[in-house]
Write a new protein. Structure first.
Lengths: 112, 348
């Protein structure tokens, strides 16, 4: 959910809207905001699943240090969505494991 | 920023290297009014203080490099930088490290569920990015960060179901505690979080009272329906560069753990390498800025841009202001700890 009106910060500035494709679904984001913010704004909390046990992970530190929020962006895995700006047409996918090319929700990466 | 401004105004050639896409650190998240004294900008919101610093830096001719990471400090003060897809080396006469702090984590069953995050993380999301990370929040920790972020979550439109604190008292300032209490948020001291549960996201938190030995008291468990848990359990200095450069450290729990040892000029045990702000011990924004000024002045003097007399006088003025920030029941402990840091220089 976006905070459109805030008692201290006032009304949100008008900003350019862009379209992100997230697991095939088009969502609207504000140009330049962190991808993670755009996902949280539409109510999305799971960003990736872990390598061994396929457990869900989302935003934790929100400043690019913990890597909990990484997703596959334009084919590139391990992108920290909380510090990566949204640009029009970015293709974003839930990451499974470390983002190996053939990772699926069911495959696991037990080799460590 | 404060360090850069002082050094640049004295005439030094100053470059600030910032890993984020904008400078200003934590100030832009502090939408509340600072208090204390006029000289410490009482009545001004942190956001405005941050903007003022940026203006002053620009006017002083400070060069700011954004989206640039210092990945290493090598011998004779050479820095390794990463910017975009290339690396560079930068030689410095003096280095001032003001790398801040990182939020501590608290591990409990269910802590990895989406919806569990740092309180500072929630603050970044609501005050900078204007998105709510959730709607029903449990805040863990009643220090200043826990209290302030709880209030800011209310301002952003979330519900804070409770603030829990393991200690038997509220660690933060009464001013902040009163605000959230008046807004109806319960602050439960001597309480801990036993576990969190949920499928794709946290949905429930089980809290319990604790006794003097930190053990859960039987029969006091309570399940809370929440979708967000914020952890406000302390900060630790981001000290990797200081470690790498070979600075001596001292362990001071009241200042966040391992702190680089420094002298009254904020110089570390390495000549020409200064530290300031939360890196030099977790305190607050006002002391961070003053320490920055002190380091900036000291660096400018060492480089010859300030005469010994002028340097001494101006540094003394900053130290006096720092002393005034470290008084009273909240400040005394920090004053003692900072003194211990300086004494640690002489330990083997």
């Amino acid at each position: 959910m976006r905070v459109e009106d805030h008692p201290i910060l006032g009304k949100a500035e008008k900003r350019n809207e862009v379209t992100l494709l997230v697991d095939g679904e088009a969502i609207t984001a504000l140009e330049g905001e962190p991808i993670a913010a755009a996902l949280l704004a539409v109510g999305r909390s799971v960003f990736r699943y872990t390598a061994k046990r396929r457990e869900p992970r989302g935003v934790f530190c929100a400043l690019g240090r913990c890597t909990d929020c990484v997703m596959v962006v334009d084919g590139r895995p391990n992108v920290r969505t909380c510090v990566t700006p949204a640009r029009d047409g970015l293709v974003i996918q839930t990451q499974f494991g470390r983002g190996e090319k053939n990772a699926t929700p069911d495959s696991d990466s037990k080799k460590d | 920023m404060a360090a850069a401004i002082e050094a640049a105004r004295a005439g030094a050639n100053v470059t600030v290297i910032e890993e984020n896409e904008r400078p200003g650190g934590q100030l832009f998240k502090q939408i509340h009014k600072f208090f204390g004294s006029g000289v410490h900008q009482a009545g001004t919101r942190g956001v405005q203080i941050g903007l003022n610093l940026l203006n002053e830096a620009e006017q002083a001719g400070v060069e700011i490099r954004l989206d640039t990471v210092v990945y290493g400090i090598f011998s004779d003060k050479r820095l390794g930088l990463v910017c975009g897809d290339h690396t560079e080396e930068l030689a410095a006469s003096v280095i001032i490290l003001a790398t801040g702090a990182n939020e501590n984590a608290l591990a409990f069953p269910g802590w990895t569920l989406p919806g569990v995050m740092g309180a500072g993380a929630a603050q970044t999301l609501i005050n900078i990015h204007r998105v709510l990370p959730g709607h029903r929040v449990l805040m863990v920790g009643a220090g200043n960060v826990g209290l302030i972020v709880s209030y800011q979550l209310l301002q952003a439109g979330a519900e804070v179901i409770a603030i829990i604190e393991a200690l038997p008292y509220i660690g933060g300032y009464g001013v902040h505690a009163s605000k959230v209490r008046r807004a109806g948020v319960p602050i439960l001291v001597s309480h801990t979080l036993l576990r969190a549960a949920g499928t794709k996201r946290v949905e429930k938190a089980v809290i319990s009272q604790v006794d003097k030995k930190w053990e859960p008291v039987p029969g006091t468990q309570e399940a809370l329906e929440i979708d967000t848990i914020c952890l406000a359990v302390g900060l630790s200095p981001l000290s990797e560069l200081a470690w790498m450069a070979g600075c001596q450290f001292s362990y001071l729990p009241s200042l966040g753990g391992w702190v680089p040892v420094h002298d009254e000029n904020m110089q570390s045990t390495l000549s020409g390498l200064y530290v300031a702000g939360d890196l030099a011990g977790i305190e607050e924004a006002s002391t961070a800025m003053e320490e920055g000024r002190l380091a900036g002045l000291a660096a400018a003097q060492v480089l010859g841009y300030l005469s010994p007399e002028e340097g001494k006088a101006r540094k003394a003025a900053v130290r006096e202001r720092l002393d005034s920030l470290r008084i009273g029941s909240f400040g005394e402990g920090r004053a003692i700890a900072k003194q211990k840091i300086m004494e640690a220089r002489f330990e083997k």
